[in-house]
Design a protein around this ligand. Structure first.
Ligand code: GRF
Length: 189
């Protein structure tokens, strides 16, 4: 099976996914796509000798450029990993129930447009949450609203800083995202 990763930034999750599937007989990462030509994830893809493609936001929403690339590469699953754009309808229709995302909070809390990166963790601390975590979910036409596939959680202490809860969340993401992807893709025909 063939995976496409979409990322807009650093790509530490993409890194873990590429490592996990490098010698896998279940699936391979066929391509990394980004809307951001400066995203560090593109360098990471190069390091794994995985092809990458940068697309323009307007083309993403107004043309089939990206969908055509995924079809040509016979991609089976689309994995968003720090991808900041809403997925357009043509892409959702081309991969029904085959597009997943990871979010650094326990959805439905702390999700939605503009809720990404440090903003999420700041909001969690400001709300005095006793618990925080990550969510892996199917993608639909709204930000962070598709069916939940997996949640990982940890306790938040009153003395925890943003860096601490961010780090704990990242550790959970890196540990679980590759495994969740593998479990889902194993169920594909
Ligand atoms: C992750 O925290 C993920 O949950 C969110 O964006 C972040 C991406 O980090 N969607 P990275 O680019 O994988 O390092």
């Amino acid at each position: 099976k063939r995976i496409a990763i979409f990322a807009s930034g650093s790509g530490s999750n993409a890194q873990k996914i590429m490592e996990h599937f490098k010698y896998s007989d279940v699936a391979e990462v066929a391509i990394v796509l980004s809307n951001n030509p400066d995203a560090y994830v593109l360098q990471r893809a190069d390091n794994f000798e995985i092809p990458s493609h940068v697309f323009d936001k307007a083309a993403f929403y107004q043309t089939d450029e990206v969908v055509d690339i995924l079809k040509r590469l016979e991609v089976d699953m689309v994995v968003l990993a720090g991808f900041l754009l809403l997925v357009p309808e043509n892409l959702l229709k081309a991969f029904p129930n085959k597009i997943i995302n990871i979010h650094p909070a326990l959805l439905p809390k702390f999700g939605g447009k503009g809720m990404y990166g440090d903003r999420v963790h700041k909001a969690v601390l400001a709300a005095g949450e006793k618990e925080h975590g990550i969510t892996i979910h199917f993608v639909n036409e709204h930000f962070d609203e598709g069916e939940v596939i997996y949640q990982g959680r940890f306790a938040v202490d009153a003395s925890d800083t943003l860096d601490i809860i961010k780090f704990k969340g990242q550790q959970l993401e890196h540990l679980h995202y590759p495994k969740v992807i593998e479990n889902l893709i194993k169920k594909y025909n």
